[in-house]
Design a protein around this ligand. Structure first.
Ligand SMILES: NC(=O)c1ccc[n+]([C@@H]2O[C@H](COP(=O)([O-])OP(=O)(O)OC[C@H]3O[C@@H](n4cnc5c(N)ncnc54)[C@H](O)[C@@H]3O)[C@@H](O)[C@H]2O)c1
Length: 365
């Protein structure tokens, strides 16, 4: 069991995480324990969690990114109120990033804030979404536009939940692990590229490394005033593509899949604008493309993508803001460039695709 202590909260990672959760709840003696799930985590994860809870009230919402909205926020607040949740209540968010973001936001705002615990059940949730204290919801197609910074009182990462996670979702989580390795150091990246994330024994170690990288950055700059922005590498273009896909595609990209495209395009920008060498850039692109399905970016309206980037909350002074790599392991924040170069970065991704797959949608398994 790996325990990371942070100011005000701990992160428990390992096979005994649920035993630690049980102990934690006994010590805290909450008036009521609420559990938030989506339909999938209700089916696959709640039966594994419930033996560790003495008594709890359960609320479930639909699965998927589209559920991260104010309507479900209202549903959760109403459920809490209808069941007399007071300020000694705790909300356990059992799910991927959708559930931890939404549940964290509801708990942080209900009665000006009640305790909440994240129990992430996706790889992306374990290494990224549950860590760092960003809680929020989407505003129409604008990702994470309404939210707060507040840490959960604790995070319990039980890798056993990954057994039922669909392979596509597991792979999506790898994108954020890649990003963590790329912004951390070259050795970390080299080691990461040699590890197999589908190896159950290795995954605990990989989760630990990724959590450590994110946690250390967040601890230095909790509110993303400066250094935390390095975590946005891949996200300026990635978020725009994700929002576009959510709006236009019947089978939209997952967050991690969109970030993988963002990592490729922003590595290319790092090569063009900074000192990432051609060799390093090719290595990153080859590794990332090896994991992810092709997305038909050639069919995407680039003007709309640029508009989405202009609407990104990371921007300042009307300029699209990027976090790029000076080289692998040396991220640099607050970079800007021309629309023309952003289009070139998108075209770089497009020309990587073999012609016959350029219009293929991502697989759903
Ligand atoms: N707060 C942050 O710092 C932060 C960071 C990164 C991403 N995010 C957010 O996280 C969200 C994406 O999270 P995600 O990729 O975990 O998606 P998700 O929460 O939507 O989960 C993906 C799918 O997997 C299902 N699922 C979850 N756990 C399962 C399990 N163990 N077995 C079977 N099915 C399971 C879910 O029901 C859902 O259908 C996005 O909204 C993104 O913006 C937030």
């Amino acid at each position: 069991m790996k325990v990371y202590e942070s100011k005000g909260y701990n992160i428990y990672n390992g096979t005994e995480a649920l035993d630690f959760l049980f102990q934690y709840l006994i010590e805290k003696d909450y008036s009521t324990v609420f559990v938030l799930t989506d339909s999938n985590t209700q089916k696959h994860c709640l039966p594994q969690l419930s033996p560790y809870l003495i008594d709890f009230k359960h609320i479930s919402i639909d699965a998927g990114e589209n559920a991260k909205n104010i309507k479900n926020g209202e549903k959760i607040w109403t459920f809490l109120a209808d069941h007399y949740a007071d300020r000694k209540t705790v909300l356990i968010n059992l799910g991927g990033g959708t559930i931890t973001d939404l549940g964290g936001f509801c708990a942080a705002t209900y009665k000006r804030g009640i305790d909440f615990i994240h129990v992430p059940t996706t790889l992306l949730g374990m290494v990224d979404a549950s860590i760092g204290g960003k809680q929020g919801i989407d505003l129409n197609y604008f990702k994470n536009s309404v939210g707060v910074f507040k840490h959960p009182v604790a995070i319990f990462i039980y890798p056993g939940f990954l057994k039922t996670l669909p392979k596509r979702q597991l792979t999506a989580g790898v994108a954020e692990m890649m990003k963590h390795a790329l912004i951390s150091d070259k050795d970390e990246w080299d080691k990461f590229t040699k590890m197999n994330v589908h190896d159950e024994e290795k995954i605990v170690l990989l989760i630990s490394k990724s959590v450590k990288i994110k946690r250390e950055i967040v601890n230095k700059d909790p509110q993303e005033k400066n250094i935390r922005k390095v975590l946005n590498f891949g996200h300026t273009i990635g978020h725009a593509i994700e929002s576009y896909s959510l709006k236009h595609d019947s089978n939209p990209l997952l967050h991690g899949e969109a970030i993988a495209i963002g990592i490729i395009c922003e590595t290319w920008l790092s090569y063009k604008l900074l000192q990432v060498s051609k060799k390093e850039a090719e290595e990153v692109v080859e590794f990332v493309t090896g994991y992810f399905p092709v997305y038909p970016l050639a069919k995407v309206n680039q003007n709309e993508l640029l508009d989405l980037m202009r609407n990104d909350k990371k921007n300042e002074d009307d300029l699209i803001n990027f976090s790029l790599l000076k080289k692998i392991g040396k991220p640099i924040i607050n970079q800007t460039t021309s629309d023309a170069l952003i289009r070139e970065a998108l075209n770089f991704y497009i020309q990587l695709q073999p012609n016959d797959t350029a219009t293929q949608a991502p697989s759903t398994n």
